[in-house]
Design a protein around this ligand. Sequence first.
Ligand SMILES: Cc1cc2nc3c(=O)[nH]c(=O)nc-3n(C[C@H](O)[C@H](O)[C@H](O)COP(=O)(O)O)c2cc1C
Ligand SMILES: Nc1ncnc2c1ncn2[C@@H]1O[C@H](COP(=O)(O)OP(=O)(O)O)[C@@H](O)[C@H]1O
Length: 278
Amino acid sequence: MKKSYSTLVNKKDIQSIAIGGFDGMHIAHQKLFENLDENGAIVTIESGFSNLTPKRFRQEYTNLPIYYYVLDNIKYLEGKEFIKLIKEEFPNLKKIVVGFDFCFGKNRKYCVEDLKELFNGEVIVIEEIKNNDIAIHSRYIRDFIKNGDIKKANEFLGKKYKIVGSQIKGQGLGKSDFVPTINLQIEDFLLPKEGVYITKTKIKNDIYNSVTFIGNRVSTDGSYAVETHILKDDIQTTYNKVEIEFLNRIRDNKKFDNFKDLKEQIILDIKEAKEFFN
Ligand SMILES: Cc1cc2nc3c(=O)[nH]c(=O)nc-3n(C[C@H](O)[C@H](O)[C@H](O)COP(=O)(O)O)c2cc1C
Ligand SMILES: Nc1ncnc2c1ncn2[C@@H]1O[C@H](COP(=O)(O)OP(=O)(O)O)[C@@H](O)[C@H]1O
């Protein structure tokens, strides 16, 4: 992960900013960033609900410094007060880039026209960016992920959807009765719909092809699990940080009456994943 270097850049050097929530750092967000110059920065207004790219992962998706502001602290500001704050923070600001639907301040009553009026610099307003006639917004991407439509989510994100977690102890059944898996504890990230996915798993600097199961282990202990099986290597050690990148969905979660049938299905899932990678 790239270091968050917003603290290393002097705010006095910033001449252009893009403002928004930026959960997802998706295609439309990136289009906004393209309108910033080399002294540009991203101003993120944190609502506390970002679960596509939680705050600590956001810097991975841009070379520009990111500055975070808490929505609760600024949402009561009148338009003039908001601009005053921005000007105080970035005294040499010349340009603000926002999307067509950007609104701010008390009751979100100030929008792009007010911004143009209140800010004595350039305001660039980006028209709605779409993918095949569907607008690109974080909320739609969340819906795709919740419905297991990983391909659509990735298309709108402009990258593979990724979750990051740490390894936890499983039931101890995988290795003996099925296939070995890395069980994961995931915090902050939105989890895709229950089911089996073709994934890539990154551990330290190695990236492995994998299949990942998400859901209640209805055929064994019934508990909720996120577990990934590396297709090639039998990974033995415990890792603090494991990244799962989602590529495609294989099937729904299913209850099997016996371990033999579940194992047969897992072997089929692995075969399908291997074919995908070949
Ligand atoms: C590719 C794959 C597919 C799976 N599919 C299902 C499933 O459809 N239903 C289910 O109850 N458990 C499923 N599981 C989870 C297994 O029940 C789980 O791996 C097993 O209980 C071992 O758990 P452990 O790693 O905690 O020991 C799947 C696991 C893998 C790796
Ligand atoms: N599809 C889009 N087209 C143009 N601008 C957008 C689009 N989506 C978001 N923006 C702009 O990007 C910034 C961040 O918006 P945000 O509300 O965080 O995105 P989203 O709508 O995806 O949740 C705002 O200035 C917003 O107006």
